[in-house]
Write a protein that binds this ligand. Structure first.
Ligand SMILES: Cc1cc2nc3c(=O)[nH]c(=O)nc-3n(C[C@H](O)[C@H](O)[C@H](O)COP(=O)(O)OP(=O)(O)OC[C@H]3O[C@@H](n4cnc5c(N)ncnc54)[C@H](O)[C@@H]3O)c2cc1C
Length: 508
């Protein structure tokens, strides 16, 4: 008999908690009451400012006005990620969002381009990626407003201010009926017998009961780990970084429409430009560098004046053994964490919610649903882990112990299988999620020097002159078209300017 969930309790009000509340408010409104508990005393992690294109789709799904969101979160546009010094010092490559070239007849563009390279064609693959060309020229236009033009296939995401995102989503969720409770959870009460969570108790003695609990308490993992004892699969053997230092600075120069990921001696450094300030951080391995040295390195690299003191964030790379257990689903940092190189954590919040809504339980929380949810989301975590490892383990650098360790490291077996297939036939195994489509994997494979041995043999059915003419025309046409677009700063100022904020530099 159907025994519907009547009350959902979300513990935690960081980006994950409010994203969950917003999605539940939007999609489960009228079906189940949603209450979110957060503690101002504890606060949120406060980083997590670079997103990937599905984040924009989420805004659309929630029917949030994109321009309004951009203004309120002081966001800027992101066309991809620029990687500096990863394969070799001095080398740069770009991971663009959206398409690279269009199909030629029935043939994949990449295969055609590979054939042209065997004939000595001088083009770069990224000459045909509209997002990369816009990024290179520092220009921007919404691709869906330019359909039928050379940039119609570009994809984009946003750089956002994490604090403002949580506040925005809170307003959105509360307007949909989500109730916010301020308070610190000090005890989780489980039911005798099946061990389901019955209620949480707050510091001031109040109790909040529920049928389904969503653990968004961040690295504390209050419900899933502390109360239910679900363990953690540690991936630090293949992902060496375990700490980050973050600092916000004033903006200097143009707001580039991409995230910069600059390899450092013991990790890498991010720069994320927002409309009102920039986010900067150094993700590093504590086995290879001390906190003080990491802070000193970051401070020596930043441009602009510091707006906060450097904030050190330890983390443990891996995934929860079961992300959904009994009547508790962990989402966000409580469910696992893979370092932020490809900005995937916020995306995983959205994916987990997507799966939860698909496999939404009744009050029995049938294990068959939890098992399928866990299988699917775990596969996505593993896919992302492999994708991140790819950025490191194909390096040719051995100039520091950190990079030498990565150079000597074997890829995970699942990553090795992907590399082998790509080398053999320029193709990739499809994951369950389309998150990292072929474009993403190809861009990073190419950037890290993994090249296919051959192109698809059927491309030979197409006269080479067709390929050559297409490449000769498409690249320059794209570059010329992009040069007529507004700069990223002009676009932001005209279409979605954020209100000015008074930011006061601090002495560090
Ligand atoms: C260095 C770093 C950089 C990152 N960069 C990116 C990025 O560029 N892109 C990206 O997608 N992701 C990034 N992430 C991940 C991203 O920050 C998180 O996925 C996202 O912020 C969600 O965090 P959260 O809400 O799970 O946790 P938190 O922000 O830590 O929120 C936890 C919440 O739980 C509440 N809480 C905890 N304990 C209690 C209690 N006892 N009682 C009541 N409430 C409690 C807190 O008050 C808070 O509201 C990054 C992470 C790190 C560490």
């Amino acid at each position: 008999m159907n025994d519907p969930i009547r009350k959902i309790v979300v513990v935690g009000g960081g980006t994950a908690g409010w994203m969950v509340a917003a999605m539940l408010g939007h999609q489960a409104q009228g079906q189940a009451a949603v209450e979110l508990i957060e503690s101002d005393e504890i606060g949120t992690i406060g980083v997590g400012e670079s997103t990937i294109p599905p984040f924009v789709y989420l805004l659309r799904k929630l029917e949030i006005d994109e321009q309004d969101f951009i203004k309120a979160t002081h966001a800027s546009f992101k066309l991809g990620i620029q990687f500096r010094d990863w394969r070799r010092k001095g080398e740069t490559y770009f991971h663009p969002f959206g398409s690279i070239g269009g199909q030629l007849d029935i043939h994949d563009f990449y295969d055609c381009w590979l054939k042209a390279k065997t004939k000595g064609h001088p083009s770069r693959l990224l000459d045909f990626a509209p997002a990369a060309v816009m990024a290179e020229q520092g220009r921007f236009m919404l691709p869906f407003k330019a359909e039928g033009t050379p940039i119609g296939g570009a994809g984009y995401a946003l750089h956002v201010d994490a604090k403002h995102v949580a506040a925005y989503l809170r307003r959105f969720a509360e307007a949909k009926g989500v109730v916010r409770t301020e308070g610190m959870v000090t005890e989780v009460v489980t039911r005798p017998g099946d061990g389901f969570i019955e209620k949480v108790r707050l510091k001031d003695g109040r109790e909040v009961e529920g049928d389904l609990f969503i653990d968004c308490s961040g690295f504390r993992a209050l419900l899933i780990e502390k109360a239910l004892g679900v363990g953690y699969v540690d991936w630090s053997d293949v992902l060496l970084c375990d700490r980050a230092v973050a600092i916000q600075t004033t903006n200097v120069g143009d707001t580039h429409p991409y995230t910069v990921a600059h390899a450092e001696d013991c990790g890498w450094r991010w720069r994320i430009p927002l409309q009102h300030r920039a986010g900067n951080g150094y993700v590093y391995s504590s086995r290879h560098i001390s906190d003080d040295e990491a802070v000193a390195t970051l401070m020596s690299r930043i441009t602009g004046e510091p707006l906060i003191k450097p904030n050190i964030i330890p983390f443990r790379t891996g995934v929860r053994e079961k992300i959904w257990h009994k009547n508790c689903v962990s989402i966000g940092l409580a469910s696992g964490f893979i370092e932020p190189l490809e900005s995937t954590a916020i995306h995983l919040v959205y994916r987990a919610m997507d799966y939860l809504l698909r496999y939404f339980p009744d009050r029995t929380c049938a294990p068959a649903l939890a098992d399928e949810f866990n299988r699917r989301i775990r596969t996505e975590y593993e896919e992302i882990r492999d994708f991140i490892v790819l950025h490191y383990c194909m390096t040719e650098r051995d100039d520091t112990p950190f990079w030498a360790e990565y150079k000597a490291m074997a890829p995970t077996p699942s990553l090795q299988a992907k590399i082998d297939l790509f080398r053999e036939a320029a193709t990739l195994r499809e994951g369950v999620d389309e998150l990292f489509r072929e474009v993403s994997w190809r861009s990073v494979m190419e950037g890290m020097g993994v090249h296919p041995k051959r192109y698809h043999p059927l491309v030979d059915r197409l006269p080479y002159s067709v390929i050559e003419n297409t490449l000769d025309q498409a690249g320059p046409r794209m570059a010329q078209f992009v040069s007529t677009l507004p700069t990223h700063d002009e676009f932001l100022a005209k279409v979605c300017p954020a209100p000015k904020l008074d930011l006061t530099p601090v002495t560090v």
